[in-house]
Every structure is written in C-alpha cells, then in structure tokens.
Design a protein. Structure first.
Length: 566
C-alpha cells in the first residue's frame, strides 16, 4: 500500500517547487529553497516551468509589475499553467495593486493578478487593484478584473479574498472561484463571467454582486447596483441572497435563473426579490419594492417578484411600499408578485403599504397563476385555491407545511422542476407535487389535500379508494378526473357518438370539466393487442361536455373510442 501511495504522489507531484519570501536576504534563482527564495512573486513565476508549484510565505506583495494582455500592468502576471499558493492563507499573504487615492479606474491603475488558462492561485488576499476606464483605453481587457483577471474559465482561484478593489467593470473576471470571499469592491460588478462554488459575495457596490455567472452554494449579501443588486444575467443554484439593493430593477436578481434559492430582505423599485427571472423551488420572503428615486411616475412594483416565471416557490411576507417621491403619478402594486407566470406557488401574507390594490399579486399584462395557493382567487389559470396554506410558523421563519396543509399533493407535476425541494428532500413523495418550496415528506393521502378538504373528506388516506356516491369511480379517480365525489351524476362518461355533415367524420362527445385536459383513443378491432391508439391529446376540457370531430374515420368502421385525463 505504501508503494502505491508513493507512486500516486509522484504522479501528481509538481515538476519543481519554487519559494517566495519577501524578507529573504539571499534570493537566487531557481529559488529552490527558503534560504534562496525570491523576494517577489513575479521573479519566481518568470523562473518557473509549466506544472511547477510556487509557495509564498507571509507578506504584503505590492512591488514589481508585468503587462500580460492589453496595456494594463498586473502586480502579478501568472502566464504559465502553474500553481501559486500561499503557505499560511489570505489573512497574512496579500497581493496589492494600485489605485490612485480618491479616484477610480485611473490611467496609472495596477491590477492585482492576471491568471492564464490552466493556472491556479490559492490562499491570497487581492486588494487595492484597479483597471482603466474603457472609454479612455478602448480595451476591454484593461477595464475588467481589478482584483483578478482570468484568461479563461479554466483558471482556478481557491480560498482567496478579493476585496477593496476599484475596477471600472469588475473586481474578478472569469475563472473558477472556490471558497472565496469577494467583498467591499466598488465601481463595477464584483464578479463577471465566472463559476463560483461555496463563495461569499458581499458589500460590493457599483453594478452589483455577480454578473453573467454560474453560482453554486454561495451567499450573495448586501450588494448594490442599478439593476440586479445581487445577481444579473446569472444562474444560481442553492444560494442565499439577502440584503441586496437595486436602485431600479431586481434587488436580489435581474434576468436570472434561480434554483433552490432563498431571497430575503432584498429591495428595488421594481422586483424587490427578483425581476424577469425564472425561480424554481425558491423561498421569497420579506423583500421590498420601494422606489426611492425622485422621478415622475415613480413606481414600486412587485415586492417579491416582478414578471418572469416562478415554479414551486413560497412567496410570503413581501411588501410593495408607497414610493418616496416628490412627484405625482405614484403606484405601488403587487406585494407578492406583479405580473408573471406562477405555478405551484404559495403567494400568501404579502402586503402593500398602504393597502392599495394587490397585496398578494397584481394581474398585469397577462399574469397567469396555476395550482397556486393565494387570495383572492385568480380570474385565470386553474387549480388555484384561497385556503390558508398552513405554514408551520411564518413569524419564526419556518415555512414548511403543516400536516393538514391544503398545499399537500395540490400541485401539477408538469411544473415541478428538479428532483429535490428547497431542503434537498425528494420533490414528489406520493405521485403528485406539493405547492410551495418545501415538499411534505410524510403525507397520509395520495390525493390533493385542498381538493379533499373542499368536499369535507378526510386527508388520512381512508377516503382515497372509497366510492361514497356509488357511481363506479372511487375518490382517487374522481380527483384525477376533476369530478364532484359527492354527486353521483358527476362522472367521466362517453356520450353516444353522432354523425356530422361530413360523412367521413364522427363527433365524439364526453362529459367533462374545464379544469382538465383530455386525450382521445380509437380502436377498430377490440381483439387486437393493443386495441386502442391515440388520435388526439391535449384537448382542452369544457364545463359540461367536450367534443372532438374525428375526421380520420374514413370508412364505415366499426370505430370504438375511449377518453382519458392527461
């Protein structure tokens, strides 16, 4: 076993190890030991070869510089696929750029680090870096990545602190950031075009937290910008967005996709939590739409979300507040949601301050709610209900469903996204998805609790297969078909077919409801296997009866039909 471990170590060992010590008194190439270590990082990089490891001990490294691309000077330019690693971590190992005191992105600015494709930087604080104004330099490379600029997404930044940089466009640009802190940067976006894993992005100002990034398991907090205070044009997975602000649109997120995320205490004029974004399995709580811009027609629209799409989200405790403006024409609408498409969502206990016209949602420009728990009952969509969702304790921050919540099994599987809920538990437990961000894990019935409660039926499972109205369909089948289980005349049944003016067509009619879609099948020989094949699907149901003209019936038959619920 020892020989195998030694072989593995040799296979992964760097070609050479070089050393850097700011206080070394006898630096000498190739910097192969601490007694001959380089006194600055760039000298060691220049002496290295592909695959080498450079170890850097404690110190503030803010001398030397190198141009890598464009014309901007980098304090450290890692232009080879090597690893540069601190010995004792970012608290005591600092790479400092240069910002002209009192100014941003000056012509004498110095970026902290340039990182080429395949290179790794681990365990440093990158601070006081800057870039140049794009309008002056006409070079996008010279304008981005004041703390660090990565030549590609195949550059790795591990356990680094990127703080107090003043770039024109971004503090960190491209690359993969793992277990990093990006904080207190000003001027541009904190991070642009990167993959972030287990990072914290906080207290950045200018153009918000992350821009055009993929973000996994990260905290995005207390950032600010004009649009997308927390995130802009990004994909976020399992992230926590809190305390972010946008002066205009999307306090937490703008035009982004958020999966299994929590958005809380974010603020913007439009979309306190998020605007024109897609949210799946998200908790949107205590966000505020509050426009503070003193402009004509000032509006505060959508405390939780504004536009976009929300699937299986819990949207509670959000507020749209009267704008702070000296002008007239004010509007504050949609405490929970303003417009958009919401499916399988809880939109409850939101408010407008003062109360105006849409505490939970405001139906703007085709707002569609389906299988949602909200009040009042939406005029469009289907499967919605106004019952209290019965959350365990909203005041204490527990937004899980109680055991008798009407939201259990009350969603539509078509809109279920992913295999896990916000807790990471299975998204669907007994065949039908719940409403909201959290799936109740021990349901006793397989039927929608809201539907059962509507007819005064028990939710303990005892009613599921009973046939109380003796119409040949049990309670579960009644629910699937959208029928009234207390009315024996409420059935899914075919009406005898009738001929049409077209001698080659037959009109097939069945009893139906307007909350279901149907498929129609036909057979010509009942002894064949299989006998039936589908001739039409996704047929929108009507209240009373639904008909379909079978124009493919081209001869005398015989034809046999059956209908099912999709």
């Amino acid at each position: 076993m020892g020989a195998i471990l030694l072989l593995l170590w040799l296979c992964n060992a760097p070609a050479s190890v070089l050393y850097v010590d700011l206080n070394c008194t006898n630096p000498a190439p190739p910097y192969a030991g601490w007694n001959t270590a380089a006194t600055n990082i760039q000298d060691a990089i220049d002496a290295s070869s592909d695959g080498d490891l450079i170890l850097v001990t404690n110190g503030v490294y803010q001398t030397r510089g190198r141009v890598a691309e464009g014309s901007l000077t980098n304090r450290v330019a890692i232009t080879k696929p090597i690893t540069v690693q601190s010995v004792n971590g970012p608290a005591v190992t600092v790479i400092g750029g240069y910002t002209i005191p009192g100014t941003l992105y000056g012509t004498n600015a110095v970026r902290c680090v340039y990182l080429t494709d395949g290179a790794t930087l681990a365990g440093f604080t990158l601070t006081n870096g800057a870039t140049q104004n794009y309008l002056v330099t006409l070079s996008s490379i010279d304008s981005v990545g004041g703390g660090i600029y990565c030549d590609s997404t195949n550059a790795l930044i591990i356990n680094c602190v990127i703080e107090s940089n003043s770039p024109y466009a971004s503090a960190a640009n491209s690359g993969i950031l793992s277990n990093c802190l990006v904080a207190n940067n000003t001027g541009g976006s904190a991070v642009y075009g990167a993959l972030l894993i287990d990072c914290t992005v906080t207290n950045n100002s200018g153009y918000g937290g992350v821009n055009t990034c993929t973000v996994n398991n990260c905290l995005i907090a207390n950032n600010s910008g004009q649009n997308g205070g927390g995130a802009l044009y990004s994909v976020l997975n399992n992230c926590f967005l809190s305390g972010n602000k946008a002066s205009a649109y999307g306090g937490g997120a703008y035009d982004s996709t958020l999966n299994n995320c929590i958005l809380t205490n974010n603020q913007a004029g439009w979309g306190g939590g998020a605007i024109i974004s897609t949210l799946n399995n998200c908790l949107v709580v205590n966000n505020v739409a509050y426009s503070q811009q003193n402009e004509a027609d000032t509006e505060s629209l959508g405390g939780g979300i504004n536009g976009g799409t929300a699937n299986n989200c819990t949207i509670v405790g959000n507020v749209a507040k009267m704008p702070n403006s000296i002008y007239g024409g004010l509007e504050w609408l949609g405490g929970g949601a303003f417009g958009g498409t919401l499916n399988n969502c809880i939109i409850y206990n939101n408010s407008e301050s003062p109360s105006f016209n849409g505490d939970n949602y405001y139906n703007y420009d085709g707002c569609i709610l389906s299988n949602c728990c909200t009040a009042p009952l939406p005029s469009g969509g289907y499967g919605n209900f106004v019952n209290d969702p019965l959350l365990i304790n909203q005041a204490a921050g527990n937004f899980h469903l109680q055991s008798n919540s009407p939201c259990i099994n009350a969603g539509n599987n078509v809109y279920a996204s992913g295999t896990n809920d916000l807790d990471g538990n299975p998204r669907i437990k007994v065949g039908t998805v719940d409403i909201g961000a959290y799936e109740y894990q021990t349901p006793t019935s397989i039927i929608s609790y809201a539907w059962l409660q509507q007819y005064g039926l028990l939710t303990d499972g005892s009613a599921d297969y009973a046939d109380y109205d003796d119409n040949g369909m049990n309670i579960y089948q009644d629910w699937i078909a959208g029928l009234n289980p207390t009315n024996a005349a409420s059935v899914l049944a075919m009406v005898p077919p009738t001929a049409t003016n077209n001698s080659t067509a037959t009109t097939v009619t069945w009893q139906s409801v307007n909350t279901r879609r149907y498929y129609l099948q036909r057979a010509t020989d009942l002894t064949a296997q299989p006998a039936f094949s589908s001739i039409q699907s996704n047929i929108v149901g009507h209240a009373g009866t639904t008909s379909y003209a079978d124009i493919t019936a081209t001869n005398g038959g015989p034809y046999f039909y059956r209908v099912g619920v999709q």
